[in-house]
Structure formats: structure tokens, C-alpha cells
Ligand binder design. Structure first.
Ligand SMILES: Nc1ncnc2c1ncn2[C@@H]1O[C@H](COP(=O)(O)OP(=O)(O)OP(=O)(O)O)[C@@H](O)[C@H]1O
Ligand SMILES: [Mg+2]
Length: 138
């Protein structure tokens, strides 16, 4: 497990490292409201050299950036809805899939199905600082 404590202006180092070492697969982002899940997603998209605007996909199941990054937020509808809408099939598309509010259940299903999974917990330390705990399942 890797651990980083980063201020907002230091996240780019982490997102550059993520895209270099985990170019495709599923990233599960965990952490409370306003922990910084969408902020990390924005940095990852920028680290890939894409200039797409990243917004929280609160009311859509999926947002796609330049056919390379697929962004999901399952806070509202939950994991059952996500699966029942056939989203596990979507996760097989080439590219990087980033799931805000993924949980243990999703992680287990994905790992058991043979997906490469990067799990990132984001914990608020103070207003400008977050702890990032990162574990890779391959
Ligand atoms: N080190 C940091 N890392 C990430 N975000 C930070 C950091 N420091 C401050 N912030 C601020 O915290 C907020 C994080 O909001 P963000 O929308 O990324 O959270 P979220 O986890 O996606 O929330 P939600 O659960 O509502 O989707 C932003 O306003 C961001 O500027
Ligand atoms: Mg968000």
C-alpha cells in the first residue's frame, strides 16, 4: 500500500504517477463527501493530456472523456443499480475507468472477474490537505 499526504497543488505528482503506472483498468475512489474524488479525477484526465472538462457524473451513470477515460459516480443509485444497468460490461472497454463511491462489494466483484483494480481512499486531514491510501489489485 502506498500513502501520500498532499496539498491541492501537489496532486499532479500523484496523478502523473497513476497514469504512468496504471494506464488502464478500474480506479475505485473512496472517501467522504468533498474528500477530493472528483478533484483527483480532474488531475488524472489532465495528466493524460486531455483537456476535457471533468464534472461529477451525479445524474448520468457515465461520463466519457476523449474515448479514453470513463467516469462514474455511484453515490446516488448504488452498486445494485450500477450492475443492473449493465455497467460491468462498460468497464471492459479499453481505457481508464474511474468510479467515485465504489465500495468493497464492487471491488470484490471486479477483482474476482479479473479486472485490474486500483483502490484509492482519500481522507481529509485539513482544509487543504488530504491523505491518499492506494492499493493495487492485479
Ligand atoms: N489536497 C486536496 N485534495 C483534494 N481536494 C482538495 C484538497 N485540498 C482542498 N481540496 C478541495 O476539496 C474539495 C473536494 O471536492 P471534490 O468535488 O473533489 O470531492 P468529492 O470527493 O468528489 O465529493 P463528492 O462526494 O461530493 O463527489 C474541492 O473543493 C477541492 O478544492
Ligand atoms: Mg465527486
Amino acid at each position: 500500500m502506498k500513502k501520500h499526504i498532499l496539498a491541492l497543488d501537489e496532486i499532479k505528482k500523484l496523478s502523473d504517477d497513476i497514469v504512468a503506472t496504471f494506464p488502464s483498468g478500474i480506479i475505485i475512489l473512496r472517501g467522504d463527501l468533498a474528500a477530493g474524488k472528483t478533484t483527483l479525477t480532474k488531475n488524472i484526465v489532465a495528466s493524460l493530456g486531455l483537456d476535457d472538462e471533468v464534472t461529477s457524473p451525479t445524474f448520468s451513470l457515465q461520463q466519457c472523456y476523449s474515448d479514453k477515460v470513463f467516469h462514474y459516480d455511484i453515490y446516488n443509485k448504488g452498486i445494485e443499480h450500477f450492475i443492473s444497468m449493465g455497467m460491468l460490461e462498460e468497464l471492459e472497454k479499453d481505457g481508464l475507468h474511474i468510479v467515485e463511491w465504489g465500495d468493497d462489494k464492487l471491488k470484490e466483484i471486479l477483482v474476482d472477474s479479473g479486472f485490474d483494480v486500483l483502490e484509492i481512499y482519500i481522507n481529509k486531514i485539513d482544509s487543504d490537505t488530504r491523505e491518499y491510501l492506494i492499493r493495487e489489485y492485479k
